[in-house]
Ligand binder design. Structure first.
Ligand code: NCD
Ligand code: ZN
Length: 405
């Protein structure tokens, strides 16, 4: 059942313009003056995955409502304690599942810790939330093949996360040289337990804007050559280099893309002054890279999928002389992605990116229920509460063009 229902407003009464190849099948006409009216709403069903058509051909069509198979977030930070209670409902409202990052203090390095953390997440969920946290382990130099096998056998652990030591928030316990984790990687390959990568080198001699590209050269190429059967996800890609490397890479390599890297370039960090709430890692890049990421996200390519990397930090920890990296997008995540796909004339590709490609890559069942988005502005508060402390969400004080119906 690959279906995405859309309510469109057609600017011109030219039925032919709706779909480039008859791909869009009208199932209900809300206004029988179709041929005469200038703006008409109707619901169409787009078979999006089987017959992807070139995008851009529908620029005269403005879509107002969108029904998608419920999406999943394949990269999420929910923290712990009071912060967890505050943030996890935002994700549970929109997504069925999320891959939960293990970079707590101390990190989640064992299956036993992951199961306890999972219980705390479940306890923080609103009643009746059908949300499922998909747990991960934090790879260290000490991660044993036995622990990997326990993880693969555990129904709640879905991947292992590689943080190069010192690359980002709470990564000090990560792996200094990935080649030293070969035994664990071999066990992961044997069990087909995916490796999720923070893809940046930490070599201080490498410019901060080049760290992802150099990671591909120095480490990812080695990983692919050494573990050709290991499923790998290059997380939160930020560059044209990564997008083209993944696109032309083998089937065991995929990438997640955040909403903020699709919506902002590096100018956002310096707009009128220093803007700590636009600081994340990997850092925002120049406009040409953002354009390449949009191309990848809307391409319909099955190895690109949604991962918000929503990463809450209290306002005070961001507005500091050494501010934390991380942007909180979970409050309005789906609306933000819908904005990107709409602006690119590719809303019919959103379901693949948000709801289908991820479970297919992880070999998990696709969700069966649906959600509906409407094009009605959603105001974003200036501040939201992160476990008793103020936090600043992405687009604070502004609005997002799409919201949950
Ligand atoms: C993340 C965090 O705060 O945990 N920060 C970020 O800027 N993305 C860590 C990470 O994913 O790099
Ligand atoms: Zn992250």
């Amino acid at each position: 059942m690959i279906a995405q229902d859309i309510v469109r407003t057609v600017d011109f009464p030219k039925e032919r313009r709706i779909g480039p190849s008859g791909r869009l099948r009208k199932i209900r006409c809300a206004d029988n003056r179709l041929a005469r009216a200038r703006a008409i709403s109707w619901i169409v069903r787009a078979k999006i995955a089987r017959d992807p058509a070139p995008t851009g051909a529908r620029s005269n069509v403005s879509i107002e409502r969108l029904r998608l198979i419920r999406p999943d977030d394949w990269h999420l930070h929910v923290r712990d304690g009071a912060m967890l209670d505050s943030v996890v409902p935002d994700t549970a409202r929109q997504f069925a599942r999320a891959i939960i990052m293990p970079n707590l203090k101390p990190p989640v390095t064992t299956v036993a810790q992951a199961l306890h953390y999972r219980q705390r997440i479940l306890a923080a969920l609103p009643e009746d939330a059908g949300f499922q946290p998909l747990m991960t382990l934090y790879l260290t130099g000490q991660t044993s093949p036995e622990e990997i096998r326990r993880a693969a056998d555990c129904e709640h652990v879905y991947a292992v996360k590689y943080y190069p030591a010192g690359a980002t928030t709470n990564s000090a316990a990560g792996v200094a040289n990935i080649r030293q984790a070969s035994a664990a990687l071999k066990a992961m390959q044997d069990c087909r337990l995916p490796l999720l990568m923070h893809g940046e080198v930490t070599d201080p001699a490498v410019d901060v804007f080049d760290r992802e590209a150099v990671f591909i050269e120095r480490d990812l190429s080695w990983l692919l050559a050494s573990f050709p059967e290991l499923p790998m996800v290059l997380e939160h890609i930020t560059t044209a280099d990564s997008a083209s490397f993944v696109r032309s890479g083998p089937d065991n390599l995929a990438a997640t893309i955040t909403a903020h890297h699709l919506l902002e370039n590096r100018n956002a960090m310096f707009r009128g002054g220093l803007r700590p709430h636009h600081y994340c890692l990997p850092v925002l890049k120049r406009e040409a890279h953002r354009q390449a990421l949009i191309e990848a996200a809307i391409s319909g390519h099955p190895r690109f999928f949604l991962g918000t990397d929503s990463a809450p930090h209290p306002k005070a920890a961001k507005e500091s002389d050494c501010g934390c990296a991380g942007i909180y997008t979970a409050r309005t995540a789906l609306g933000l992605y819908a904005e990107v796909f709409e602006a690119a004339g590719a809303l019919d590709r959103l379901e693949g990116f948000a709801s289908l490609h991820g479970p297919d890559f992880y070999r998990l069942p696709r969700n069966t229920d649906t959600i509906e988005l409407v094009r009605r502005p959603e105001p974003v508060p200036e501040l939201i509460e992160f476990g008793g402390q103020p936090g600043v969400p992405f687009r604070a004080g502004g609005e997002v063009r799409w919201r949950l119906a």
